[in-house]
Design a protein around this ligand. Structure first.
Ligand code: 4HQ
Length: 258
């Protein structure tokens, strides 16, 4: 058994027949570094290794007939039990379009879980008795169908992990993310000042940080109003924000004659 490192903040166990897929996050970038630094611990349990039959098969036909296969009960169940015996008191999550659709807001509570077991289904899914008796929470990453839960688990691990202190170097960059204030990002610019006859908004070069803050807030409100009005409807605006948005709308309507 692996030693549970004392700096580790969160433990992820993953039940999957394709552990290699997780290299997409474990071997690259910010999450890769956090795993190396042992801030995050990831371990895999492959139902294939718990298949007792001669062919090590991990799929089975659904009772009642119909197209497609399900994951076999036994190897999946044994993999979950093994994981639970090591990661005591973990929250078990099953990724499925039937789950609650994941939002940025949900991640805070999930971090505080500390130990999470993700079950990644393949084929048409898993036996309902596993969901009823082994699973604590069902989550969906969106209203579309994947070929397996692995990508969904990676999305959740990525989104949870980047909120853990020390995973992303700059705290500010997390606080200023889209959604942390329920607004979309303001537009960003980097060098050069002028390229293909396109310039950077003059104000951003002024060094006047108060004006820059106000401009960015106005742009964030404006983009959200144009692209995601549903987000604005849910948000309570301060007086300053109301004024800035009104100014943005006025200018926008003048420019577009509407
Ligand atoms: N699947 N959000 C079917 C998803 C999914 C999603 C995972 C496909 C489970 C059996 N998971 N398998 N959307 O589409 O989480």
């Amino acid at each position: 058994m692996k030693k549970q490192h004392n700096n580790t903040i969160i433990w992820f166990d993953i039940i999957t027949i394709f552990p290699e897929m997780f290299r997409a996050i474990s071997d690259f970038g910010i999450i890769g570094r956090a795993i190396k630094k042992k801030i995050i611990d990831v371990n895999f349990f492959n139902p294939r290794n718990f298949a007792e039959n001669k062919y090590k098969s991990v799929d089975d036909r659904p009772y009642g007939g119909g197209p497609g296969m399900l994951m076999s009960f036994k190897p999946l169940y044994l993999a979950i039990q093994k994981s639970k015996s090591i990661l005591k008191d973990a929250t078990v999550i099953y990724l499925t379009p039937q789950g609650k659709e994941l939002q940025q807001n949900d991640l805070k509570r999930l971090i505080s879980k500390k130990k999470i077991i993700f079950i990644c289904g393949r084929y048409e899914g898993i036996d309902q008795r596993i969901i009823d008796n082994q699973v604590d929470e069902e989550w969906s990453i969106g209203n579309y169908i994947l070929t397996g839960g692995e990508l969904a688990a990676m999305v959740m691990i990525d989104a949870i992990s980047r909120l853990i202190p020390g995973v992303i170097k700059s705290k500010k960059s997390i606080e200023e993310d889209s959604f942390s204030n329920n607004l979309l990002d303001y537009p960003n610019y980097t060098r050069p000042k002028m390229i293909q006859k396109m310039s950077v908004p003059e104000l951003l070069l002024s060094g006047n940080h108060d004006q820059i803050r106000t401009w960015r807030l106005k742009q964030a409100l404006g983009t959200t109003w144009i692209k995601r009005p549903d987000l604005l409807e849910k948000k309570l605006l301060t007086l300053e924000e109301k004024i800035l948005l009104a100014e943005f709308k006025k200018k926008f309507r003048e420019k577009n004659n509407c």
